[in-house]
Design a protein around this ligand. Sequence first.
Ligand code: GAL
Length: 994
Amino acid sequence: MRYLATLYSLLCLATLAFGSGRSIIRSRQATVSLDSIQSNGLQNIVTWDKYSFFINGKRLMLFGGEVHPYRLPVASLYLDVFQKIKSTGMNVVSFYVFWGILEPKRGEISFEGFRNLQPFFDAAKKAGIYLVARPGPYINAETTAGGFPGWGSYTAGLWRTSNQSYFDAYTGYIKTVGQKIADNQITKGGPVILVQSENEYSSWKSPYAEDKQYEQRLKQAFIDVGITVPITTNDAHPNGHYTSVDVWGYDSYPNNFDCSHPTTWSAAAVPENFWSAHLQYTPNIPNAVYEFQGGAFDGWGGSGYETCAILTGSDFERGMGLSIISGWSFSDMILSLLQERNCHVYDLFESLHGVYTSYDYGSAITEDRRLRDKYYELKLIGQFLAVSPAYLTMRPQNIGSSQGKFTGNQALKTTQLLDVVGNQTAFYVVRQTDASLNSAQKYTLTVSTSIGNVIIPSIGGSLTLNGKDSKIHLVDYLAGTTALVYSSAEISTWETIDGKDVILLYGGTGELHETAIKTSSTPTVVSGSGTIKTKSLSGGVLAIQYITSGQTVVQLGNTVLYLLDRANAYQFWSLQADTTSIIVKGGYLLRSAKVEGGTLALTGDLNSTTSFEIIAPSAASQKVTFNGVNLEISKTAYGTLTAKKSVTLPDVKIPDLTTLTWKKADSLPEISTNYSDAAWTTVNRTSSINPTAPTTPVVLYAGEYGYHTGNILWRAHFTATGSETAFKVKVSGGAAFAHSVWLDSTFLGSWEGDVLHANYEGTYSFPAGRLTQGSAHVITILQDHMGYEEDGQSASDKFKSPRGILSYSFEGSSGTKIDSWKVTGNLGGENYIDKTRGPLNEGGLYAERQGWHLPGFDDASWVAGKPTEGLASAGVAFFRTSFDLNVPVGVDYPISIAATNSTTNPYYRAQFYVNGYQFGKYINSIGPQKVFPVPQGILNYQGTNTLAISLWAAKATGARLDTLKLQLTAKIESAMQSIILQPAPAWSQRKGAY
Ligand code: GAL
């Protein structure tokens, strides 16, 4: 690490008087000189000091979210997601790169189809979003094998260590992907500002410990391939692992992942050790939280993403998010408050705590790109940080000693943050001592200000903090030329427009707030029904007291105050048109503002007829257009503009899936008498490096034969002794997996799956009298592969946990031998066929091997049959239909496939394919997911679409889908860029398909 400037002087910590109750704590002697600006010596565009990052010499708060491009396989939708993020005030997105889908066959790396990263880089750049690349090689991410390729399961050596064979395994990937990232670094005009090495390299299976050689080599591998921007890492907790990167940081998930109890918070959800850990490990770099909970994953049998959205909703963003920004821990960089992790199936299932198809995460932006309420709450935080540079050089003064401080109320904790560089502004972050409580607390805040000690509110009354809430009270905050001596109401944003400081202040509905301003003017309510009380304080300061309810506008001199309740504050957007700042109220989403020759051109999305209030320089808003349509504008009494945009959301015809023509075919010919498995892979390995030592004569782990995903089929040929009564078999597939067993064409039984079992031993009785001595038979086993386990604990090699058959025996006949075993998964295994849709799109069902799921397959010879009619016995049926969509352009109408729960014959699982892309796995008896979003771009909104469904009935009584439909999840007029269809190659005869 090289210091660009070495001037360094001591931070004189403020003298803190933490007495009981109302201690006055404010020191103006906290002075800090220019601390050293540091770089990694490889470039000087992205630098840092102990307070924050700098980009091109400009200090800035990096505040952002997480997006996984591989979970949204429509490249032309990336810009939509980035623009939505940008409009919250955030400026950065981190993203994982999934090694396993890029190098499914060792040595053959492909960026084909949705795996191409370049459109992601380009869209970020276009939206003005910086990127933090997280290429692993290990990523976790609730992704099969935590991102490792399937072939890792049979590759020797402990992974996530300095083991040479692991090094050899990842080197090619790091070189190739590192090069792509390097080409898109900010130093080359791209958006990438940081690269994360490894992921939560934070725990090790005994007797192994942190492997510094691995850390060093991996960091060097990135540098060798041309990564010059700073290298970071995210310790799972602030425990000081892998601090040799340039800017170390850590993760935090204060509300955990139990979405089934979405309102249950632990009393002390976040340990209060983050700041001290930062000081202990890396005091000279910014305190970076690289993952902060933006949502939660949900597993098979879980409670659904809407419950995760509550667990991590607006309350969480305020109660936890604000606190982490400024209170408990204080952070200079936060990623992931928004965890927009669009997902599609691609079998990205973790096991054990396996997650289902969608990875919506309950985040601010839904999987189908709608904005949740928590998006608007996040916008309040993002916009505030974007206009509050003082935050960047603040230091918390009383971490660990905050209970009752400044308020005298022991039920509250208050952290004082002082801008130790600007030496003027202070934030007081108030939160509940017991984070789990829902009850409100009354308090007053005693602080030191530029006019001396003040008790807020000074006009009388008290402030209120609701349960699970948190607030940032401001002291000596400068908004343009307006000096706010204090404000209990929070700022959502402010701008100086036409010489007036327009300041948006908000609080909860009905809350009493007070803002004190240095002014000689008399405030007047110019709009709204709210009233104000005033009191002159010393030093020419006027305190204004009000209730935040609706919207009230107050003018005093060159200052305009918008006094807002939260619902109103949500509606404001802060937009930048080149050098012109604009504030607009109204609209589901505003994306951009542009000024050309006196015309203000706004773009955005509306879900109903919308009234706008536009606060823009008058020279820049002589005319206003919205999405290109001229708005009729009028002026308010206090000079802002109002306009109305009517919205008609066109009706579209969504095909009724039940009335379409469906075709049906059997997808389990493998159990017919004369089926030949000659083309299948012969199971012939007799040893394995797998940590789970095989117990069978030949290794029955599908991964050993190149099958790492989807359905796996096994065939065991044997000659009976005549005394066999049953076949006992232990199959491993990952949580919620199932297996079914046949003797020749006779169904013996199934394990239908549950959320607990990653493997299951079943005993399947043979029909009496069938196995006569010397008769030849075949046992067919169909199983699910739900993805490999993650490898969260380094050196555990847990991701190698086999999928396949762990043991078997014949009851009643210990001497029966299997003459030969055969296996198949997806056609081609690691030489997967569909390079466009990638290696996880297809499994081993007959239909998939033949490509029946693809558009263009000729099903004319198939019988008629609907998935809602299903199949009458155990087995697998495959269904196909097609339908037309005609959705006009200029709207965003997300579409999902929705099923309902079948209560009779519940044991079945279905996979949905849209234009050949696998987009859902529905397990009727486990759930919870019944609605499967399919993005536009996979769905052709102006043309014909192919829908294919596999249905595996696990019981002799068969199964059918209860109902099946396409549904719109929103109707929005949208300025999103037009969608380019992802390539969806049509069926062609597959060479060697069996
Ligand atoms: C973190 C990990 C992420 C993801 C997250 C939970 O520990 O770094 O990859 O798994 O937890 O969603």
